[in-house]
Each structure stands twice: as C-alpha cells, then as structure tokens.
Design a protein. Sequence first.
Lengths: 317, 280
Amino acid sequence: MEYLDFEIPVKELEAQIEKAKILQQESDTDMSKNIDELTARLVKTRKDISKKLTAWQRVQLSRHPNRPYTLSYINAMTEGNFLELFGDRGVKDDKAMIGGWGMLGKESVMFIGQQKGVNTKMRQYRNFGMANPEGYRKALRLMKMAEKFNKPVVALIDTPGAFPGLEAEERGQGEAIARNIMEMARLKVPIICIIIGEGASGGAIGIGVGDRVLMLENTWYSVISPESCSSILWRSWDYKEVAAEALKLTAKDMLKNKLIDGVISEPLGGAHVNPIEMFETVRKTILSELRKLKKLPPEKLVEQRINKFCEMGVFNG
Amino acid sequence: MGWFKRSKDGITTNTVDKKETPEGLWHKCPKCKVIVSVDDNKANLYVCANCGHHGRINAKEYFQILFDDGKFTELDADLVSQDPLKFEDTKKYADRLKSTIAKTGLNDAVSSAYGKLNGKDITIAAMNFNFIGGSMGSVVGEKIARAMDHSLKHKIPFLMISKSGGARMMEAAFSLMQMAKTSAKIALLDDAKIPYISLLTDPTTGGVTASFAMLGDINIAEPNALIGFAGPRVVKETIGKELPEGFQTSEFLVEKGFLDFIVERKDLKKKITQFLTAVE
Ligand SMILES: [Zn+2]
C-alpha cells in the first residue's frame, strides 16, 4: 500500500496494528484490547482526515496509486462475465480505451471506459489513460452496437485528458470527441456515466454525455487539471491547490452547480481502502439507476438527456 | 484553452491592434508587413491584397460581408456572463469581464443574427476573438444554442463561424458542459434535416474544435487558419520535437480529411449559396 502525505497518520496506526497482531501471534499474549483500541483510533483518524479533505487532496485521492481502475470495476461487478471487444475498425485498437459486453446479474450492459496501467510498463501500454481518436471511435462503435441491441451503456471515466500527440491531431482528436458527444446526446438507450478517478476536460466528456452522470466522492471533473490551470492562469506551477479550489471540481461542488446528477459515497478513506466495497456500491447504483431509466421510452429518454445538458450554464439576460 | 499563450507565438496580433496601427488610417499586414489604407483593407474584406493573409475579424464584420446589403437582426445581444464560480486568478474574472466589455463594446465572445444570404434565410453565429480569446463560457454556449433554436424553429440553415482558443477556464465545468449543450443541439438540427455549415477561422482550437466546429454537414475553413484540438505548444511538448511545416493549418486538415474545402473570404458567400442550393 502506498500513502499520500495526508495519509501518514493512517500509515502509522496501520503499522502499529500490524505490529500488535504479530506480537500477539508470536508471544501468545492477548493483545485484542490493544488492537481494538488502535483500530478505533484508525477509524477516527480516517474520519477526521476525510472530513477536512481539501479540493486538491481529493484530486490526489483520485490519482491514488492504489485506486482501482476501470477493468477492475468491470471484472468485479460482472464476476468475470465480461466479453472485451477491440478496435475502431479504422486505425487500430486503443489500449487507453476499453469496452465490451458485461453481465450485471441478469442485465447485459455495454461497458466503455478509459483504462490506466497498474505499473510502469502497463502505464505506458495504456498511455496513462489518455485515449487517441481511435479510442473515442472504438467507444462510439460499441455504443452504437448497444443501441442496435437495445442494451444500456455504462461509461467509466478516468482520464488525465485526451492524448495531445501529433498523430492524435492528424487523425482528428477534436472531430472524434465532438462526434461522440453529439451521438451520445441522441443514443436511444440508457447511458450512465460514472467518474471513477479523473475527469479531465474533453477527454472525459468524450464519453461523458449520459442520462445519469455520477461522480465518486473523491474524484474531480473539470475543463482543465489544477496543474495546467495554475500554469496557464497564474503562469506558475505553484498554484495547483488554489486552482483546485477555484475550479470547483469536486463531486460535491459539481452537484451543487447542477452539472452532475449525483455523488457515490466511497468507503471510509477512499476507494483504494476497500475496493470490494466500492465495486459493490457502484454495481448497486448502476442497477438501481437502470431500473428507473428503462421505464422511459427512447424518445423521452433522449429528450430528457438533451434538455438536461441544454439547461447547464449561468448567465444574465 | 491557452488563448493568451498563443498570441505570443507570433501568429498574429489582435484585431484592435491591426485596425489602429498606425494612426488609425493605415493597416499593416501582420504577415507580410505591407501597409494599405484602412478603407482599402475593409474593401478587400480584411484580406491582404499582397499576400492573401486573412485578417482576424469579428462577428459584425462577417455579418456585413455575408448578409444581403449588410442587413440582419441580432439575437440575444444582451446575454452576459454571471461569473458563477466567483473565479479569481491573478485577477477577478468579474473585473476581467467588465474591462473586456468596456474595451470591446461586446457582451461576450459570440454574436448571432438572422437575415438573408443571397435571398436565402439563414441564422449565423460568429465568434469574437478579442473577447477573452473567443473562449467558450456559458454565454457563448447559450447564444449558439439559441441561434440553433432559431434555425430549428424557422427551419432555416445555420452557419457557425468559429474563432476561439477553446474553453473559458474561469467558468470551469460550466464551460465544459457547453460542448455537450451545443453538440446536442446539432443532433436536433441533424434530425430535423436542417443544413449546418461550420466555418473554421484562425484560430479554432480546444473545446470548440472538439464540439460544434467539427460537426458541420460541411466543415470549411479560411486559408492558413490554425485548427486543432491541442494547441501547437502542447503537442510540441508532448512529442518533444519540432512540429512539421504546416501542421494544424487549414491545408493540413483538408489533406487529413477533416475539412471539405478551403474558402477565401471573397468566395465565402458564393460557396455557401452553392451548398445551400444543392441541398434545399
Ligand atoms: Zn500580407
């Protein structure tokens, strides 16, 4: 387990608990009272930390090295009943964007989502979760397939941005994202989008137009990362904390501004502390939202979805 | 994004500077530096007679060029930003807005109007680059959406003239959601079989490229415009080497298959008419 700077008190308590357990085993003395006391302190410490989380700390949590990624969610939620599909039928298969058919209980669902790598080698293989145009086109192909077979789409969003490379520009990154947004707006099946980590700008909204757009508690969603915002508006990398506050990018702020439809609670301490619990919460949320969305006729669904996004924005006059 | 960085790359100066140097009577081409009178420049549609450089112009100039006899009715002129996040960087966004409105005489980075183009009814929305880099906030998204509504209601074609650095960071996610708002409206135009022409001008980048600007029945561009998703500086940093000659220009995008054709400003009205006649 890796620890962020503000998780250090947790790390120390966990180490003490571990020590007490070993001592108990080795010396055959009853340490349970001690362990219970430490565990209670651990819970309290986690609660105290989570109560005081700043916007920047939530950004850090969204990128926690132990945080579960898209495929872990899908594999757990479908209990391995996942048929991954590959390729955009034009250029290649984009490893940063994954997708395929999965079963949530009796419910057949088309999953799409950005995938980050779990170690140095895999991070490169997945291009750090930054999709190229072919990734967005692969996602669109799969969404169209879902529409054909009248099955819902679930998009799991976790990206530091669409890839800003030379070939991405040559192959029309802008066009690919634009087309996805337009086609998602009018797709005739339910779409649930969940930000499970980072929701960076066009790269996120390129698979982010849904009947329900939900954010996990410790994620961020905005037009730019706090670091880039700092660099552009303050012309220095030193204002990321201030930028994170100013952008109002947390789940709570996004809900308050009516730019998302709901927040999904994470286990105490964050998704990485108890991934199994996190997967189960997300699975239940998807199923309960789907039950509501499936009651709507396609025309109504599309109309509501388009109207929802058309109402976003604040102005005078 | 990054609208004020690019101005440093020496691509062009802004419209106000151009029109006013020197002494408000003469116009110096930012590309070839040839000087002509302001009147001659205007008569040539703000295109350099020497090198063909298409000067950056605002919505009102396009309206004059495109609408018959320069007659049009503006839509939603009074819409102004509300600074929903009370955003403050080195300057308060509210102050930035106030000073930009005073300086430009515009309320935001897009103006929309309807009128006739060679006798055909049309709605046009065009961006004003000198308003915070033509960046897209709530007002830009809303005005474009309402202009499209006007086309939907009256079943008349829609022309979008893009010129923007992308999202307006000071409106953060509100800005991002305008991509969804405008693109969703285009889906409605498309379903209603209403012609949508997207004209991309220098520069069109970021969230504007990744939404309405790339979704025309035809996407067309003025010559030598910078068009891209990521700005050239970001791409250069990503790949760690110099960009190829002509990268992200209109000509590059035609070659790569993302534009239908390049149109010189003097032919714009004619080409639009030709397209509208073909599809009506
Ligand atoms: Zn010239």
